[in-house]
Design a protein around this ligand. Sequence first.
Ligand code: ATP
Ligand code: ATP
Ligand code: MG
Ligand code: MG
Ligand code: MG
Ligand code: MG
Ligand code: MG
Length: 278
Amino acid sequence: MANSRFEYVKNFEQPDHLLPNTWVVVRIDGRGFTKLCTKYNFEKPNDRRALDLMNAAAKAVVTEIPETTIAYGVSDEYSFVFHKSCTLFERRASKLVSTIVSTFTAYYIHLWSSHFPDTPLSAPLPSFDGRAVCYPSVQNLRDYMSWRQADCHINNLYNTTFWTLIKRGGMDGKEAEKFLAGTLAADKNEILFSKYQINYNNEPEIFKKGSVVFRDYELVEPDNRDLAKVADDAAEPPQQSRTQAENEKKQRAKARVVVDHLDIIKDDFWGRRPWLLS
Ligand code: ATP
Ligand code: ATP
Ligand code: MG
Ligand code: MG
Ligand code: MG
Ligand code: MG
Ligand code: MG
């Protein structure tokens, strides 16, 4: 294309390349989902249909964008992790975030009717915001994932107790909030158990732990875990030939993407799936 006299405007674009060699997390979050829950009568505190829809959309994103290695979701949010070696879009933040957000939103809306067959969508349609954050070490990345899962646990215990007080205890929102002010986790477990015979441990894993989406290979047996230590940042990456790398890439693209509800705070999950962090 010949240069036009308008082309100088291109220089107004700001570079936004993310720091090389860092783990990139793109977290998306539903916009105004408090309102959306009311509009579509989400069951409180956990609407299973809505969670399954979030997971289906996230699975589609991970499948369609093979550069994502793992994703974690809870409530109306999902975090997608790009490997530190990822060079997609030259690591431009706006490109990465907008591609994840629009792919996720497109699938969320496309798949809505199979999860809410009796509740058609109407404007304003569901939408999501997104941001990218770089984590320089595996420890930082794991702490990020742990932070989200710990948040899931704290919120779910609170919400489960709060809504039990309302639905079964006849309180209104204000009374339940006041009743729970200053209570610790143990207190909430006790309230659920002694007043309502609910053992929090028996609540569905998807509510307690949130959801992890990742590519499934053969698990490393716990006994062999020493051989497959969680990646050590300081260690040199193993040298790989080009064909080896290509083959691995192909294999990765073919691997099944799964959704599960596992503990990602403890070492076990990562130790048995060394490909996620290496
Ligand atoms: P913002 O646009 O700032 O994110 P928001 O209303 O979406 O505002 P969040 O902090 O993201 O605020 O909270 C999401 C709300 O949606 C929470 O109240 C959460 O309980 C509710 N929610 C999300 N998913 C579900 C679900 N599957 N079932 C029931 N409630 C849900
Ligand atoms: P990238 O992902 O890098 O954007 P791309 O294939 O989308 O790759 P663009 O530079 O965005 O590349 O170009 C979009 C292409 O789609 C062009 O070839 C353009 O002519 C074609 N295209 C877009 N809209 C239409 C349309 N309405 N009718 C015909 N062709 C179209
Ligand atoms: Mg938000
Ligand atoms: Mg939200
Ligand atoms: Mg949220
Ligand atoms: Mg274009
Ligand atoms: Mg284009």
